[in-house]
Design a protein around this ligand. Structure first.
Ligand SMILES: *Cc1c(COP(=O)(O)O)cnc(C)c1O
Length: 228
C-alpha cells in the first residue's frame, strides 16, 4: 500500500473516533513514526503533506535529518540519554519522552530556544516500560520550573501490549486524568494541556480518551521498507 492510501484510511478512522466523542479532527496531530523505514519511505510520507515525523534513536534521527532537514517537524519519541541531547536539540521541535531531570538540565544548557516536552508516564506499571510512576509526575514537573527552556506541554504514555481494549482504555483515561490534575496547578512552565498517546493498534481508543498527538508507525509507513 502507498503511504498516501494508508494515511487516508487512518484519517477516516480518526474521523470516526472523533465523531463518536464529539471532538474535532483538527485537534489531532498524526506523528508518522519512521524508525522502521528508509529515508525514501519517509520522503513518501512528507510528500503527502504530513510533516510531523517521529524517531526514537538519536543516530537514526540524525541520519534522516541529514537528508531531510527542516522540511519535517521532528519529534523525538524514544529514550533520550543526557549526553546525546546536544546532538539533536537544535533540530527537534518536540521531545515526547522526558523522564529525567538530567535530561531537562541538558536541554536547558544546550538549547537556544524553549523546547516543548511531554513527560513520559508508565501508567500500567509494567517493569520493562520507561516513564515515571503516576505519583512521581507532579513533583517531577514542579522541579522543572528551574529550567526555563523546558516547556511541559503534556503527558505521554505507551499502552501495554495486550489484546484487551478495555484495559488499554483504562490506561489512556488515567493519563488524561493525571494531565487534568497537572493542568489545574497552572504552572507557568507546564501548561500541560496535551496528550501523546495511541499507536497503530490503539489510536482510535486514545482519541476517544482525549489524545492530541498519536504516534503511528506500522499502519502508516509499514514496519519494513515497503510493507503494507
Ligand atoms: C515505535 C513507536 C511507535 C509506533 O509504533 P507502531 O505500533 O508501529 O505504530 C509509537 N511510539 C513510540 C514511542 C514508539 O517507539
Amino acid at each position: 500500500m502507498t503511504v498516501s492510501n494508508n494515511l487516508q484510511q487512518i484519517q477516516s478512522k480518526i474521523a470516526q473516533a472523533c465523531d463518536k466523542v464529539g471532538r474535532d479532527t483538527e485537534e489531532i496531530t498524526i506523528i508518522g513514526v519512521t524508525k522502521y523505514v528508509t529515508i525514501e519511505r519517509t520522503q513518501e510520507l512528507l510528500a503527502t503533506g504530513n510533516k510531523d515525523i517521529g524517531e526514537n534513536r538519536t543516530e537514526e534521527f540524525l541520519n534522516k535529518f541529514e537528508v531531510i532537514g527542516d522540511e519535517a517537524n521532528w519529534h523525538f519519541i524514544g529514550t533520550l540519554q543526557s549526553r546525546k541531547v546536544k546532538d539533536i536539540i537544535e533540530h527537534v521541535q518536540v521531545i515526547h519522552s522526558l523522564e529525567r531531570e538530567s535530561v531537562a538540565k541538558q536541554i536547558n544548557n544546550r538549547s537556544d530556544r524553549p523546547i516543548d516536552c511531554f513527560v513520559q508516564v508508565n501508567v500500567s506499571g509494567e517493569e520493562a516500560k520507561h516513564g515515571l510512576d503516576p505519583e512521581e509526575v507532579l513533583p517531577f514537573i514542579k522541579k522543572l520550573a528551574a529550567y526555563d527552556k523546558v516547556n511541559i506541554v503534556g503527558l505521554m504514555t505507551m499502552a501495554p501490549h495486550i489484546k484487551d481494549r478495555d484495559e488499554i482504555r483504562v490506561v489512556f483515561r488515567r493519563l488524561a486524568q493525571l494531565r487534568d490534575n497537572i493542568a489545574n496547578e497552572q504552572l507557568t512552565h507546564a501548561p500541560c494541556t496535551k496528550l501523546s498517546m495511541g499507536m497503530s493498534n490503539d489510536y482510535d481508543i486514545a482519541i476517544e480518551e482525549g489524545a492530541t498527538h498519536i504516534r503511528i508507525g506500522t499502519e502508516l509507513v509499514g514496519s519494513t521498507n515497503d510493507s503494507r
